[in-house]
Design a binder for this molecule. Structure first.
Ligand SMILES: Nc1nc2c(c(=O)[nH]1)N[C@H]1C(S)=C(S)[C@@H](COP(=O)(O)O)O[C@H]1N2
Ligand SMILES: [Mo]
Length: 518
């Protein structure tokens, strides 16, 4: 029974620790409790509130702890009698935990990972302890056990000696399990505690009205075609790319940005300094260099922040400097050409995304957003350091790993309707998608069905050259299978047909979709 209880502790400890690193949604105890609350009949809820008052949640946790301890003790006993019962029992409890976690609002299959790993760790620990127990118990009764390995040890030792040695073995195994369970649970609590504090501080943030607000968005930016991505990407749907296994949790009160290197004046600013400055608000379409042709590592948001140009004006870069190396709190770095941060395109040190503080995974509390450059050379999240330097003197995270030193975004267009391998009714069909050429602008999009002529699509309204632009077109389709492609024009030419891989400086080529009409 002790083995069962300790194994259960290990399951929860390991799952809580891994869950704290993953997200707040994957903590199994919270998920179990919340699921229990959802399934509790109204009369029991009323009873709990009447009886425990504001301690109702504490009562729930105590009740859960008692239930888990009893179930775990029974499981431990069963596992000792017949190992297979232990396996089935532990896996069943693991399945209940996974079901509770993934059924929470907003949870995805990945959120099951901590529970799965925790369950496997608990199962291994239980097996280890049960083996030690059987080794300590040379009764014929226990020999009927399935656990084949239990009696393989020994030989010439007198039974008594072996028993006491092995009993010590059990307590050692139990002790190790208990320590690991306690340590992982405590670690999980600390990590999620820090995260919660940061989340609370983030929710309390409010921003002054921008000195230069974003232009109003005309209704015409959307082509109004089901299946085409919305023009403004909601934060929860915004693609996320970074090297952070654990999303940094930064305290705004201690956040500081240092601008140094080849400058006449070194500057340090804190978060309040930023809020006290004249903020600007701009819509900018961000794109990842790893986005394949037709891919979705691209999103459009409204960013609020301080122009990096202004910051550089205060620091006064010295002659010869041609790059700014931005570094995040977790060591990622990006090299951005200095002139691009100084020109009129409004590179931003952003604090808000679509009218809310930056989400943690998108760089809270401060990140960079630079129109026209892929994220890996410009969009440093959790930024804490800007070093004005030279391309000849310093290199950035991805440049050291084979990606190009400079990363202007390549003109791209995407067919979103119809989807690949979709089946559409024959006749007149409206197709559509999105094109982007940040900092240059989209002038025209053409589509081609099968080997027919290239036809000019209807463009949705342009917002600015830094945002993507939707397009749509009506095509006539006979029954059968078809191919559709698109190509976009920027002011000085057409998107290249030349296929290129994402490495080293971004994919190119015309997006082609196969589908059928019936
Ligand atoms: N600190 C940090 N910032 C980073 C990265 C990173 O790995 N770490 N990835 C960059 C890359 S490659 C891209 S495409 C953008 C993506 O920003 P998003 O996750 O907010 O969409 O962030 C950039 N900023
Ligand atoms: Mo990226």
């Amino acid at each position: 029974m002790l083995a069962g209880i300790l194994a259960a502790g290990l399951v929860l400890g390991v799952a809580e620790l891994i869950g704290a690193f993953f997200s707040t949604r994957s903590a199994p105890l919270i998920a179990l409790g919340s699921t229990f609350i959802d399934f509790t009949p109204a009369w029991l809820k009323d009873f709990a509130i009447d009886t425990f008052g504001t301690n109702d949640k504490l009562a729930l946790f105590v009740g859960m702890a008692v239930t888990i301890i009893i179930l775990a003790a029974i499981l431990g006993y069963l596992a000792w009698r017949r190992w297979i019962l232990g396996v089935v029992g532990v896996l069943f409890m693991g399945a209940v935990m996974v079901a509770a976690v993934v059924s929470r609002a907003g949870a995805s299959a990945v959120d099951a990972v901590p529970s799965v790993i925790g369950t496997l760790a608990g199962l291994a620990a239980l097996r280890w302890m049960i083996r030690k127990l059987h080794a300590a118990q040379p009764h014929t009764e226990a020999r009927t056990n399935d656990d084949d390995g239990a009696f393989s040890a020994g030989g010439s030792h007198p039974v008594g000696a072996r028993t006491s040695v092995s009993r010590r073995g059990f307590f050692a195994a139990a002790g190790v399990t208990a320590v690991v369970a306690a340590a992982t649970a405590a670690g999980g609590a600390v990590v999620s505690g820090i995260r919660n504090t940061v989340n609370v501080a983030r929710e309390r943030l409010s921003f002054p009205a921008p000195a230069s607000p974003a232009m109003p968005v005309p209704a015409g930016v959307d082509v109004d075609l089901e299946g085409v991505d919305p023009w403004l990407t909601p934060n929860p749907d915004f693609y996320r790319i970074d090297t952070a296994l654990q999303v940094p949790a930064i305290d705004v009160d201690t956040w500081e940005l240092r601008i140094h290197g080849m400058v006449e004046e070194e500057i340090r600013i804190n978060f309040q300094d930023l809020l006290d400055s004249e903020l600007i608000e701009r819509h900018i379409t961000l794109t990842c260099v790893s986005n394949p042709v037709g891919g979705d590592l691209v999103g459009n948001a409204k960013w609020l922040g301080y122009p990096i140009r202004k910051l550089l004006e205060r620091a006064r870069p010295t002659a010869g400097a041609d790059m700014v190396l931005s570094t995040s709190t977790d060591g990622f770095s990006a090299s951005t050409p200095l002139p691009i941060l100084q020109d009129e395109r409004d590179a931003i040190l952003a604090v808000a995304m679509n009218d809310e503080p930056l989400p943690l995974e998108h760089g809270y509390p401060v990140r960079m957003v630079v129109p026209g450059l892929y994220g890996y050379v410009s969009a440093t999240k959790w930024v804490v350091d800007l070093e004005v330097t030279r391309f000849a003197d310093a290199t950035a995270y991805w440049t050291d790993r084979g990606w190009a030193e400079k990363g202007p975004i390549k003109t791209q267009s995407r067919v979103e309707v119809p989807r690949a391998f979709a089946s559409v009714p024959a006749g007149t069909v409206r197709v559509g998608g999105t094109a982007w050429a940040q900092n240059r602008g989209i002038d025209r999009v053409e589509v081609q069905v099968d080997d027919g002529p290239w036809e000019e699509a209807t463009l949705a309204a342009e917002y600015t050259v830094d945002t993507w632009r939707q397009w749509s077109h009506e095509v006539q389709l006979e029954a059968g299978s078809h191919r559709i492609r698109s190509r976009a024009y920027h002011p000085d030419g057409v998107q290249t047909e030349q296929r290129a891989d994402t490495v080293p400086d971004g994919a190119s080529g015309w997006h082609t979709v196969q589908f059928s009409a019936e």
